[in-house]
Design a protein around this ligand. Sequence first.
Ligand code: GAL
Length: 809
Amino acid sequence: MFKQKVLLILTLLTCVHFLSIAQRTEILLNDGWKFSKGNFTDAASQNFDDRKWQTVQIPHDWAISGPFDKEIDKQVTAITQNGETKPTEKTGRTGALPYIGEGWYRKKLNLPTIKPTQQVLLQLDGAMSEPRVYLNGKLVGEWNYGYNYFYIDITKALQSNDNILAIHLNNKPKSSRWYPGAGLYRNVHLIIKEDKSIEQWGITVTTPVVQTEFAKVNVKTKLNGSNLRLVNEVFDDRNKRIAIDTAKSFFGQESDQNLQVSNPKLWSPESPYLYTLVSKVYDGNVLKDEVKTRFGIRTINFQAGKGFSLNGQVRKFKGVCLHHDLGPLGAATNIAALRRQLTILKDMGCDAIRSSHNMPSPEQLELCDEMGFMFLAESFDEWAKAKVENGYHLYFNTDAEKDIVNLVKANKNHPSIVMWSSGNEVPDQFGAEGVKRAKWLQEIFHREDLTRPVTVGMDQVKATMQSGFGALLDIPGLNYRVHLYEEANKAFPQGFILGSETASTVSSRGVYKFPVVKAKDKQYDDFQSSSYDMEYCSWSNLPDDDFVMQDDKPWVIGEFVWTGFDYLGEPTPYDNSWPSRSSYFGISDLAGLPKDRYYLYRSRWNTTKPTLHLLPHWNWAGREGETTPVFVYTSYDSAELFLNGKSLGIRKKDKTSPQNRYRLMWMDVKYQPGTLKVVAFNAQGKPVAEEKIVTAGKPDRILLSADRDQIKADGKDLSFVTVSVVDKDGNPCPTANQSLKFEVKGAGKFKAVCNGDATSLESFEKPTMKLFSGKLVVLVESDREAGKIQLNVTGKGLKSSSIGISTVN
Ligand code: GAL
């Protein structure tokens, strides 16, 4: 939901602003926080001395600064889901970062006098974890699940002006299967409104009738107070009012209105058109409240024999699963980082995201609405049965219902959300109790939202076929197990199957291993996986196997690849190898740099721009004369490969194997340095595009390129600068691994750095790091004053480089 946001800079000392703002004020409490790890018995009290604590800005992740440590959350366990039977020592399972323990955040709230007719709410978008919220020493609210949104009415606990807000967090060991982050990692909002007003999350917009000529927009509004006048207006994207209606009747505190939008522009990933609903509440003629809600007009339909359609058009999800961490930023939410991820995915042709395995941030959903991504919003990785000792099963019975209610209430107006998920690979797939739980959870979703179906990512496909678990779901989601799709589709009544999780292919950017063979759970001494994209897990498969199902089976409605980006923790296939602390599953690495696999997906998903990508790199000193296969990922059907001008033959995609169908492969190329060139042909056999890779000489100079050279001067916007090294002729050096130094001057600061190497133990927050496969990414953050930022990058034996980024208000 997009609400009126008044972002007041700095602390709440700026009372003047409050007085001048009418009806409703919403403030992000970003600044002026004191933080400390540890257990302090009296940290909630007003008199507690926090002067020695660290001053932090939130969103904040206390664990991302590190250091990495093998001993942190070391788990001696058998991951039964992965087919393990004997316990082994798992290091790095949750990222080897110090997230465990207690932490406190404190902040002074100097509010203006709150009138007796006013109400003050505090909303947390997620806090890791078990937040206990104290105001002036008194417990005012608590929530267990670290991923959920909740709000508290703090009006009664407020003192006239000086107030102390203190939040206690507690992360238990063995509470996660990935890096969860730690602290106030999402936003905290303060909302001041009249008591006669719209309930928080009290507006529900749906579009029950959508035709070419008109759409019926249904608005249900829950009000606090009676005898009020409610006016709802719809504005188009140019801010022109196109519909208005005054509520005629109320049912209890709720009104139900229908507004007509003529010739509606429909929301879709290709054309994410958004309307804005403005809801105004009057007491007599006095405006008491005003809320803006962004929404889209679109239809979704899941039908046996037809599959999924959006706005009447059948399509398949080209989706990726994402964990919530943002690599070197940890779990701390950041709009620039989220937007960059989506920009990278958009270019790949991706059109859908699954927030695995928990509630997404509000910012991510808003960006998906704007940029055009369909969204599968998930809730849990565990129900009543445990995967990890201190996981969500501890709270399931008491909290699951309220967690789902808040997930739906906070997010129901996002056009991007097309599906809910009540769980991922829950061990409750076994047994009759699990079937009951699946039904119970699905009914809660239905009660809260009649417009979207519910899925579960299932891995125990046979069990769910027998028990009725799979049959009762709105959407049967299969995680991997392409060999069971056919059987499941016959067994289940829905008439379609979703690949809720696919591939789990592993690779390290720019790392290639020989010989090139298809392999399960393959390990190497350097703890890297090969970027020939032929390695996967015992429970999973290669991307091409999914493509076959997607292309050949009309009843398969799409896929969500595990994962769009590498994430912290779960370093399979090196779960018990140290140092290895982040995943290898990503299509792009932890720094957001595309691996080769990116181009494999792009070659079929991006239908508007051609793809032609060659691999591996061509710097193999010592491998002269040895077999060095060459792959081409391309949207073209055939291509010819040349090495130093000599043709190595034409390859054309064919159906002799899944790999031959989706990749062009020259398996017997003998390496010699020089130029590798590919020429692609169109359907008529005419050469239409070419790509080449040249054997690079000695690293000579540093190259910098920023994703954005102008950012906002708001103290949190980021520019992501890709750093690479080239030889004297400008050829990229794909194996360069020098250590570099970063210095930021002017209107911003060095924020973080990441090279995408899952085995690196260098800090993300120190301004020095080694290149990995010739590249890394530096994050530069703006200050609050507009100006120029300069990033200088130096490295021994290399010509240094600098780049300018401007910041604007
Ligand atoms: C799935 C699971 C994911 C991740 C993945 C790795 O079974 O749902 O969370 O663990 O395997 O392949």
